[in-house]
Design a protein. Structure first.
Length: 635
C-alpha cells in the first residue's frame, strides 16, 4: 500500500488550539501509516517585521508537488498576503487540500467548528442568566474567519436582546494574550463606566484581561464578568476559573486528516464538515465549577507541564552556555548534539543553505535573503544511535534523507537572523515542538549561534586580509617593509645564535623615472611588477624577498655563502635579459643588485646589514653609469 505524505501549514505549534488539532492529526497519521510534515512559523515573538519575514521563510521551502495532499490551518494566519500566496501555490500544485474554520476557498474542502452558534449561546447566557446590559467585546482579527464569525455572533446576540453596541466598547485584537492588557488599557482611557461584562474572542486575551482588571482594583466576577473561548488548559486552572467554550479540537484534526486521506483514496467526501461545540460556565461569569471536571487530572497535567518546563529550561541553559563559547561550525554542531538526548525526538536534522557563510557577502550577486538557495547542506543529522552529515542536497527535496517508512511526524522550523534565511531544522517523531513552550527559544538560540559563527568567519577572514595587507605589498604581491622586518628579524637572530653565514642583497631599479616620464605611471607600475616577479623567482626557498621602497627591494637568506651571492647575481641578470627579450618594450627593465655575505654576530643588526648592502649596490650602480658614459664617449 502506498505511503501517503501530507503537508500541514500552520502558524504556531504550542498554543492551545494548534496543539490539540495537531494531536488529532498525528494520531490519525500513526493509526494509518501516513507521513505528516508540518511547516510552522512563530511570528510576533518579537515586535519586528524583519523577524516575521524570516519566520515566514519556511513556507518558501514547502514543495507541494512532493506531497499527496495538504491540511491548511489558515485560521492561524493573520498575514493576508502570505495566506493568499500559500493558497495560490497549493492551487497550482493540483493536490487536494482541507482547510480549518473557513469556507473562503470553495476549491478546497473544509472542516470547522460551529463558532457562531456557540458564541451566540455564550453571549445569551451572560445577558439572560446574569443580566448583563453593557458589554465590552475583545475581538480577534476580523481578517481571520474565526475572529470574524465570533464577532458576528456577538453582534447577533446583542441585537436579538435589543442591546446597544457601543463602538467605543469594541477592542480589535489579534488573539494574542497581550491584547487583553491593551483592551483593559483602552477601556481605562475611554472614561466609560465599567461594563457588566467583557466577552473575549479567546482565552488568552480573557486571562490577561482579568489580570489587568485586578491590577486596576476590579474583581471578577463580583465587579464585572469576563468570558473566553477555547477552554484552554490554563482557563480550567485559572482563578477565577474561566467561563469559555469547549471545542472538539482533537476530533477536528483527526477528522480533517481522515477526510483528506479518503479523498486521496478516491472516496467522495462532503465539501464542508461542521462539528458542534459547547459553552462551559464557570466562576468568571458567576456560575459554579462544572461538577464533571476532574480536578485530580488537572493537577496531574499541571505538575507534568511544570516538570517538563523546568527540564527544558535546564537543557536550554546548557545549550546557551555551550553555544556562547563555540567558534567554529563543528564546535557549534557538537554543542547542539550534546543536548538532543534531553529533547523529545527520534531524529534531529539541522539544514543550512549551501551558501550560508557567504550568502550576504557583497562579493556575491544578491539573492532574496528570505528565500532558500537551490542547494542545502546538513552538517548535523542526529539519532540516538549516532550522528552524521549530508554535504549537499537540493532544497526542493526538503529532506536531507528521504522518508522511507510511514507513520512519521516531521516538524520543519525556520532558522534565520532577522529577515535573512539561514536554513531550518527538522524534528522527527517527538512532541517537543508542540509540548514545550520553549521550542521557539531553542530555535532562536540555534539561529543566533549560527549567525555568530557566520560573523566570526567573516571577521577572521577580514583580519587575515588586514594582516596580509599589513605585511604584503599590494602592487607586487611580495612582502612590504613591515613583513620583511617581522620575518627577517627573527631569521637574523636565529642566525646570530647559530653563528650562520647570511646573505643580504639590495636591489634598486634603474631608470624608473625615465619610464614614468615617457610612458606613464601605469607603465612604470608594470615594470616594477615585472622586476618583483624576477626577484621572487630568483629567491630560493631559504630566503625571503621584499619591496621596501618605491623601486627598492631586498633579499635575505640564511646559511648562504659568497657562491650563493654570485649565483644570485647571475640568475638575476640572466632573468632580466630574458624578460626584456620576451616583452619587447620600448624601454629596458634594468636594476642594480648589491650583496653582502657575513657571519652573523651580535655586533651586527639587520639594519646595518641592509645599509651595507645598499652601499654595495650603489657602488655597482655608479660603476654601471660610468661604463655607459665611457661607451658614449668612445662612440
Amino acid at each position: 500500500m502506498k505511503i501517503r505524505n501530507i503537508a500541514v501549514i500552520v502558524i504556531g505549534l504550542d498554543e492551545e488550539y494548534q496543539y490539540n488539532v495537531i494531536r488529532g492529526i498525528n494520531q490519525y497519521a500513526r493509526d494509518n501509516n501516513v507521513n505528516v510534515t508540518y511547516f510552522a512559523a512563530f511570528p510576533g515573538v518579537v515586535v519586528s517585521k524583519k523577524f516575521d519575514i524570516g519566520e515566514f521563510s519556511i513556507f518558501n521551502l514547502t514543495n507541494f508537488s512532493y506531497f499527496d495532499g495538504a491540511l491548511l490551518m489558515l485560521n492561524t494566519f493573520s498575514n493576508s498576503e502570505l495566506k493568499e500566496r500559500i493558497v495560490s501555490r497549493v492551487r497550482a500544485s493540483g493536490i487536494p487540500a482541507v482547510t480549518f474554520e473557513t469556507k473562503d476557498y470553495p476549491e478546497f474542502y473544509d472542516i470547522s467548528i460551529d463558532n457562531f452558534k456557540v458564541m451566540k449561546e455564550l453571549t445569551n447566557h451572560v445577558i439572560q442568566v446574569h443580566g448583563a446590559k453593557v458589554i465590552n467585546y475583545v475581538s480577534g482579527p476580523l481578517s481571520n474567519p474565526e475572529g470574524r464569525t465570533r464577532y458576528n455572533a456577538f453582534l447577533s446576540a446583542m441585537k436579538e436582546n435589543s442591546l446597544h453596541v457601543d463602538e467605543r466598547r469594541i477592542f480589535h485584537g489579534s488573539f494574542r494574550g497581550y491584547d487583553g492588557k491593551l483592551a483593559a488599557d483602552d477601556f481605562a482611557e475611554s472614561g466609560l463606566p465599567l461594563p457588566d461584562a467583557f466577552i473575549c474572542a479567546n482565552d488568552s486575551m480573557a486571562l490577561t484581561l482579568i489580570t489587568s482588571l485586578r491590577q486596576m482594583g476590579y474583581s471578577v466576577p463580583e465587579d464585572t464578568i469576563v468570558t473566553g473561548f477555547d477552554d484552554s488548559f490554563i482557563a480550567k486552572n485559572s482563578s477565577p476559573e474561566l467561563t469559555s467554550v469547549s471545542r472538539p479540537l482533537y476530533e477536528s484534526g483527526y477528522q480533517a486528516c481522515d477526510k483528506l486521506c479518503r479523498l486521496l483514496n478516491g472516496e467522495n467526501q462532503p465539501r464542508s464538515t461542521e462539528i458542534s461545540a459547547a459553552p462551559v460556565y464557570r466562576e468568571s461569569c458567576g456560575c459554579p465549577r462544572s461538577a464533571d471536571e476532574d480536578i485530580r487530572e488537572n493537577q496531574k497535567q499541571t505538575f507534568s507541564r511544570l516538570e517538563r518546563t523546568n527540564a527544558n529550561i535546564l537543557t536550554l541553559n546548557r545549550l546557551t552556555a555551550g553555544l556562547a563559547s563555540a567558534e567554529t561550525t563543528a564546535e557549534n554542531m557538537d554543542v547542539i548534539a550534546s543536548v538532543l538526548n534531553d529533547i523529545d525526538c527520534e531524529k534531529f536534522c539541522l539544514c543550512l543553505t549551501a551558501d550560508w557563510q557567504e550568502a550576504f557577502s557583497p562579493k556575491l550577486p544578491p539573492r532574496d535573503p528570505n528565500v532558500y538557495c537551490d542547494y542545502m547542506t546538513a552538517p548535523l543529522i542526529w539519532e540516538r544511535t549516532g550522528r552524521r552529515s549530508v554535504p549537499i542536497f537540493k532544497s526542493s527535496e526538503m529532506f536531507p534523507e528521504p522518508p522511507r517508512t510511514g507513520g512519521n511526524i516531521y516538524y520543519f522550523l525556520p532558522l534565520h537572523f532577522g529577515d535573512r534565511c539561514l536554513g531550518y531544522y527538522i524534528i522527527t517523531n517527538g512532541n517537543f515542538a508542540i509540548n514545550s513552550l520553549l521550542c521557539h527559544t531553542l530555535t532562536m538560540n540555534i539561529s543566533n549561534s549560527i549567525e555568530n559563527i557566520r560573523k566570526l568567519f567573516h571577521l577572521n577572514r577580514a583580519m587575515e586580509e588586514l594582516n596580509r595587507l599589513y605585511v604584503i605589498d599590494p602592487l607586487c604581491d611580495i612582502y612590504n617593509r613591515n613583513g620583511f622586518i617581522n620575518l627577517a628579524e627573527e631569521m637574523f637572530r636565529e642566525s646570530v645564535r647559530k653563528g650562520e653565514s647570511i646573505l643580504l642583497s639590495f636591489i634598486d631599479m634603474d631608470g624608473l623615472k625615465f619610464i614614468n616620464d615617457n610612458y606613464g605611471h601605469n607603465e612604470g607600475d608594470f615594470a616594477i611588477r615585472q622586476l618583483a616577479e624576477i626577484i621572487k623567482a630568483c629567491t630560493d626557498t631559504h630566503g625571503i624577498a621584499a619591496r621596501i621602497g618605491g623601486d627598492e627591494f631586498v633579499i635575505f637568506a640564511k646559511n648562504a655563502g659568497q657562491d650563493a651571492a654570485d649565483a644570485l647575481a647571475d640568475r638575476f641578470n640572466h632573468a632580466l635579459a630574458e624578460c626584456n627579450l620576451r616583452l619587447q618594450k620600448p624601454y629596458l627593465i634594468s636594476a642594480s643588485i648589491g650583496s653582502i655575505v657575513n657571519i652573523a654576530n651580535e655586533n651586527d643588526t639587520l639594519y646595518s646589514m641592509i645599509q651595507r648592502a645598499d652601499d654595495k649596490m650603489y657602488e655597482i650602480k655608479k660603476f654601471k653609469k660610468s661604463a655607459r658614459k665611457s661607451e658614449a664617449v668612445s662612440e
